[in-house]
Design a protein around this ligand. Structure first.
Ligand SMILES: [Zn+2]
Length: 315
């Protein structure tokens, strides 16, 4: 059963915190909404999983963030957004591309984004001023870029691993991710042990594939499956820094677009532009970029919005 869920954990010495997700169903929904080719599903799936985990790291209710990966490569941009409740959405500018190859013929996923930057915008519902951080893309393969963002922009050493596995039809067989962050007052021995463990780290997409298969045969035990997912990831850590699963969290694809939200965008165009739309087309159509849902506005609705806009313009 394709599912998505997240879990937090901490090592026994309290030196680092872990966020992990199985994001198979969320990545599959992204693929279905945007009809992405395998190459773009790999990239969007990683970005979606990383952004979703970062959303959960915000902890406080009502907080949200977006990550924009923008580069000079053919995919141009991948934009993902998530909130602290585990809702995630995202889209690529160009959804259907082949995997570029290096000179030796090996796949070069990073070339899809090319040279560019990752921008993180973080805000709370009750705050006007968002926090904005931007760093250059390191590899364009997403996980390293997110780790570089944390290190450069937030001065926190962070380990990020993201993986997507596709089946022969290009559907998502499994997707998952892991973020490990050093905690204040960390025991240096724990951090050394963590660094020594990195080369032996099991593949996150293998672990996600195992969890997805386990949920297939036993969908009523997601909590045990997620705990095992975390424990297996950190099996190689020494006993004194072994990892304890803490909290099971929601992780799901969800677009929060609505007619009301798009009405606000139309109003912000101004009464002059709205009147031009009324005269020239007599209606308007808007498509949400995140979920491809189309909203229709008839003449009457546009006239009402134009009135709201002109009242606002008169202040
Ligand atoms: Zn939408």
């Amino acid at each position: 059963m394709a599912f998505s869920k997240a879990i937090t954990g901490i090592d026994r010495s309290g030196s680092f915190r872990i966020y992990m997700a199985v994001s198979t169903s969320a990545v599959q929904e992204a693929h279905e909404h945007h009809h992405t080719s395998p190459a773009v599903t790999y990239l969007l799936g990683r970005a979606l999983t990383g952004t979703g985990l970062m959303g959960l790291m915000l902890r406080e209710p009502g907080y949200r963030l977006s990550l924009q990966f923008r580069g000079d490569g053919p995919v141009q941009q991948i934009l993902c957004a998530a909130d602290s409740a585990g809702h995630v959405k995202g889209y690529p500018s160009v959804p259907a591309l082949e995997i570029p190859q290096k000179e030796d013929g090996s796949p070069d996923l990073g070339a899809l984004l090319g040279n560019g930057s990752v921008t993180c915008i973080r805000n709370a519902v009750d705050l006007d001023e968002p926090y904005i951080g931007q760093v250059k893309l390191v590899s364009g393969e997403i996980a390293e870029d997110i780790a570089s963002y944390f290190y450069t922009s937030e001065q926190v050493k962070t380990l990020v691993d993201l993986g997507v596995r596709l089946d022969e039809n290009g559907d998502t067989a499994a997707a998952g991710g892991l973020i490990v962050q050093r905690l204040p007052g960390a025991d240096e021995k724990a951090i050394d042990a963590l660094e020594a463990w990195i080369p032996d780290m099991p593949s996150i997409s293998d672990l996600a594939l195992e969890a997805t298969a386990a949920a297939d045969s036993d969908p009523s035990h997601i909590e045990q499956i997620m705990k095992l997912f975390m424990e297996k990831a950190f099996l190689g850590m020494p006993e004194e820094f072994s990892v304890q699963p803490l909290e099971l969290l929601n992780f799901q694809w969800q677009c929060d677009c609505s007619e009301g939200r798009l009405e606000q965008i139309l109003i912000s165009l101004g009464s002059e532009e709205l009147n031009r739309m009324i005269e020239e087309d007599g209606q308007a159509e808007m498509t949400c970029q995140f979920c491809e849902k189309t909203y229709h506005f008839d003449k009457k609705q546009l006239q009402r919005l134009s009135m709201v806009a002109s009242v606002r313009e008169r202040g």
